[in-house]
Design a protein around this ligand. Structure first.
Ligand SMILES: Cc1cc2nc3c(=O)[nH]c(=O)nc-3n(C[C@H](O)[C@H](O)[C@H](O)COP(=O)(O)OP(=O)(O)OC[C@H]3O[C@@H](n4cnc5c(N)ncnc54)[C@H](O)[C@@H]3O)c2cc1C
Length: 557
């Protein structure tokens, strides 16, 4: 019933890492951070939906983790002496995904979330054991679809795909019930009084039913933001959790800054939509953008950074503390800000494009999309690395991939290794000097027309999947005129700001802006959103981390 989001098979060696048994010496060190208590058989230690969940180390007896759904429970695991509970929500402070109960009279060491975070930062050995277990447990919950949310939908519905992507990109485990394929679906529909026309439906914690909810409604129902204090003035607010923002968060939080990240969709940014990044240092066999992002996000959380899933809609930069305003009217104050809002895809100038977005037209090529076009023909539009990567990745599953580019050959913007891959992949056909000019279909894309701009000839094909990867525009519209931008809307920083521009912007202090500092002191820009940035994961990560050294200087000034 559940669709795999991560394919991590549960092997014997992994079982040891997912459920490690601590040594007596390790248990003693943990006990210094917690309190030992006795629990009765059947006592619930953590209820699904609880906030700020502690972990429990079992000294004697046994605990069990179960997934409640209405009156039913799915057993997940048992926790014998020497083992401990907890998974990544312990780090984030988000609500418990499942229920933890004593199977027999037991003695446990309870360690509060705050103390777990302290332990992770001070005890290298335990940090490695706990972090690895938390990450692998979450991966298993994702694979098995064992979380606090069930999605009832259809693979033919754009809204279902949107919800799946939102949950998957946020690393949130969910059960999926497919209206068209699942034999038990009617029982579920009857139980929750859902009619087929309500689809997609999200059932939160087995009780709250949301009909075709927005991403924000899902986040609210699951309590994504509830652990975050939005009032106090942070040392650093980072807007955008792509590679640049996450790098800034990891370095900032690990160096003792009070860091809050604001992210409108999910950690990872554009990189999160990449099926495999092969040119990022240290990953010789490549890493999926989602995997890289979730690791970085966990790393940031381990050092104490928090994330608010919310969109920055306005920057108030006329006095300190600066304020980032959010869509719901909240105002987040900060002494320093790193803007890392990146860029987003250009859309094709086709009249009915939006009708098929998510229903045949996609802007990312990840596992979720690749499963939708198994053994079918697909079109990828674009000549950059992202288009090349998508073409090679999709070719593994698709029947035929048509790579549509406007120029005469694969341009210099594509890395040589990708051009070679494309040439060597028999089921990729390059269509140079070509443009997609029309789309047609019912609820889903069914036909695509392309035109060869050299010959003027058009071709109509029955193709139901179009991947648009045609470059990006900066996410700077929300800055409300605070910062000096270049002609294309990217943020100018450091030496790129001329004396005239600084004077017009009323730069208020004697020194010139630091590298990566914008035309307002203490506000920095990093990554793709910055004018002159090299649009790569590595440069975004580099800039995000460099910005932190200047944030320290600002906070001292
Ligand atoms: C499909 C694809 C494949 C790629 N492959 C590679 C590759 O193999 N190697 C490589 O080096 N580079 C690759 N790139 C480029 C790389 O991903 C980008 O250069 C990098 O992600 C830029 O990072 P960033 O943090 O600056 O911005 P982004 O990744 O764009 O992240 C910006 C984040 O800010 C958020 N945001 C935007 N506006 C707001 C707002 N107002 N409030 C709150 N949050 C906001 C967005 O939701 C997003 O999460 C690829 C890009 C794509 C699209």
């Amino acid at each position: 019933m559940a669709e795999p989001n991560l394919s991590i098979p549960l092997t014997a060696s992994r079982i040891d890492q997912i459920f490690p048994t601590l040594t007596p010496a390790q248990i003693r060190r943990i006990a210094d951070h917690g309190r030992t208590r006795s629990v009765r058989s059947g006592e619930v230690l953590v209820e699904q939906g609880d906030k700020d969940i502690p972990i429990f180390v079992v000294v004697s007896g046994e605990l069990e983790t179960v997934r409640p759904f209405g009156a039913h429970e799915t057993p997940i695991t048992t926790v014998p002496p020497g083992q401990f509970t907890g998974e990544v929500n312990t780090l984030s402070g988000r609500r418990a995904l499942n229920r933890i109960r004593a199977r027999q009279p037991s003695e446990v060491i309870e360690v509060s979330r705050g103390n777990v975070l302290a332990l992770l930062q001070t005890d290298g050995e335990l940090s490695q054991i706990l972090m690895r277990a938390f990450i692998l447990r979450r991966a298993e919950l994702l694979v098995q679809g064992l979380g606090d949310v069930t999605l009832v939908g259809s693979n033919h519905s754009a809204a279902t795909l949107r919800i799946k992507e939102f949950l998957a990109h946020n690393g949130h485990p969910y059960g999926y019930v497919d209206l068209d394929r699942d034999p038990d679906v009617q029982t579920l529909l009857d139980q929750f009084h859902i009619s087929v026309s309500d689809i997609p439906v999200v059932i939160c914690r087995g009780d709250t039913v949301l009909h075709n909810p927005t991403n924000q409604e899902i986040a609210d129902c699951l309590g994504f933001n509830q652990a975050v204090d939005q009032e106090h003035v942070r040392d650093l607010v980072i807007v955008g959790a792509g590679p640049a923002g996450l790098a800034a968060a990891v370095y900032g939080a690990s160096e003792g800054l009070d860091v809050l990240i604001l992210e409108s969709y999910s950690p990872g940014g554009q990189a999160g939509s990449s099926s495999r990044i092969e040119n990022y240092l240290g990953f010789p066999s490549g890493i999926s953008g989602n995997n890289l992002a979730s690791r970085a996000y966990l790393q940031a959380q381990k050092f104490g950074a928090q994330m608010l899933l919310a969109k920055g809609t306005r920057l108030a930069c006329d006095r300190k503390p600066y304020v980032v305003e959010l869509g719901d009217g909240a105002r987040i104050p900060a002494l320093a800000i790193v803007i890392a809002t990146g860029a987003q895809y250009r859309r094709l100038a086709i009249e009915n494009l939006s009708r098929f977005e998510g229903a045949g037209v996609y802007y990312g090529a990840t596992f979720v999309e690749s499963q939708l076009c198994k053994d079918e023909d697909v079109i990828v539009v674009g000549g950059g690395n992202s288009a090349g990567q998508a073409a090679v990745f999709l070719a593994e599953n698709a029947k035929q991939v048509y790579l549509v580019i406007r120029s005469g050959s694969l341009p210099e913007t594509m890395s040589r290794y990708l051009i070679r891959r494309i040439e060597e992949t028999p089921n990729i056909t390059l269509l140079p000097r070509t443009e997609v000019v029309a789309l047609a279909g019912g609820d889903h894309l069914e036909r695509v027309t392309w035109r060869n701009n050299q010959t003027g000839k058009t071709e109509d094909r029955e193709i139901a999947h179009l991947f648009v990867m045609t470059g990006a525009v900066p996410n700077t519209a929300w800055l409300d005129g605070c910062l000096v931008l270049d002609a294309d809307g990217f943020i100018k920083t450091g030496p790129d700001l001329s004396a005239d521009e600084l004077s017009t912007a009323k730069w208020p202090i004697a020194r010139r802006p630091y590298l990566l500092e914008t035309s307002v002191p203490g506000i920095f820009a990093a990554g793709d959103v910055r004018s002159g940035n090299i649009k790569r994961v590595a440069s975004a990560v580099g800039e995000g981390s460099i910005a932190i050294s200047f944030v320290h200087q600002i906070l001292r000034e």
